[in-house]
Ligand binder design. Structure first.
Ligand code: ZN
Length: 294
């Protein structure tokens, strides 16, 4: 049995494969008739396997990277989802009359444009309908529940942006549908230029109406944006003649430049983005005032 205790010590070396041939053969011989050593060998093999397994997990950085990427992807999806949830939550808080009134005015526009065969009516109408809808999305005068909304953890500018998305998006869909209806009378390329004709002004006029509504008030916001938009349709030549304007050519040159401004979509959209940023800031400030007063 003296043999046995001597072998016991060499069992880990046997399992790790570091015994020389003579020692290994002697131990293998001993194992054939010693069940205690056989079970000891089984134990050491299990330990060796677990150590190897642990090492495999340690040198697998790709798994860790994949897990991190999945987490980032999940978080990004959460941002989109949260934005969607925020917009959806604001839908019932948008003034209810906005939905049918915008649709009704656009429908009347389509009917008149069809009767008089003059699609510029739609081009003139679409930005005005949208601007009026946007001017009433925010502020204590338009939303008695605003204080309650602001009491939630959501920042005021996010609420403002969510409502702008809803109202602008709805009016955009209406105007697209109205323009699409013109396909019955007009070739597709003219309908496309009709859409280009109102899209830039609609974007700019909505942003301007929002800033003015937050800065001054809703009524003035609508009045100022309407006058600014309609001024370009003034019959320049007739006015200059009727009023015997001395600087007649200067007046017409100014009016032409003004019309040019309203027919430059990239300029209008870029200005609109700037105005929305300002609106977000104004909305945030107004929100702070309201919550402080409450
Ligand atoms: Zn033994």
């Amino acid at each position: 049995m003296g043999d046995h205790s001597q072998y016991i010590e060499s069992l880990p070396l046997f399992v790790s494969g570091t015994l020389d041939d003579a020692q290994r053969r002697a131990l293998e011989n001993h194992l054939t008739h010693c069940s205690a050593c056989r079970s000891e060998v089984a134990l050491w093999r299990q330990v060796a396997y677990q150590v190897a397994d642990a090492n495999r997990n340690l040198d697998a950085p790709s798994i860790a990277v994949e897990r991190a990427l999945a987490e980032i992807r999940g978080r990004r999806k959460n941002i989109v989802w949260r934005a969607f949830e925020l917009v959806r939550a604001q839908v019932p808080l948008v003034r209810g009359e906005m939905w049918p009134s915008s649709a009704a005015v656009m429908a009347i526009g389509v009917i008149i444009a069809t009767i008089v065969k003059e699609v510029t009516i739609l081009q003139m109408l679409a930005p005005m309908v949208a601007a009026a809808s946007v001017a009433v999305i925010y502020g204590p005068e338009n939303d008695p529940a605003l204080e309650l909304t602001l009491a939630t953890a959501t920042s005021p500018w996010k609420i403002l942006l969510a409502r702008l998305t809803i109202v602008f998006g709805y009016n955009l869909v209406l105007a697209l549908a109205a323009s699409g209806g013109m396909l019955l009378f007009l070739p597709a390329n003219l309908v496309a230029s009709l859409i280009v004709g109102w899209f830039g002004p609609m974007t700019f006029l909505c942003a301007a109406a929002l800033v003015l509504a937050l800065w001054v008030n809703t009524g003035n916001a609508i009045a100022v944006t309407y006058v600014a938009w309609l001024a370009q349709f003034l019959p320049g030549q007739e006015i200059a003649t009727d009023f015997r304007l001395g600087g007649m050519s200067l007046f017409i040159a100014f009016l032409n430049a003004y019309r040019q401004f309203w027919s430059s979509p990239p300029v209008l959209v870029a200005l609109a983005v700037g105005l929305v940023v300002i609106a977000g800031w104004l909305g945030g400030r107004q929100g702070q005032r309201l919550t402080r007063a409450a």
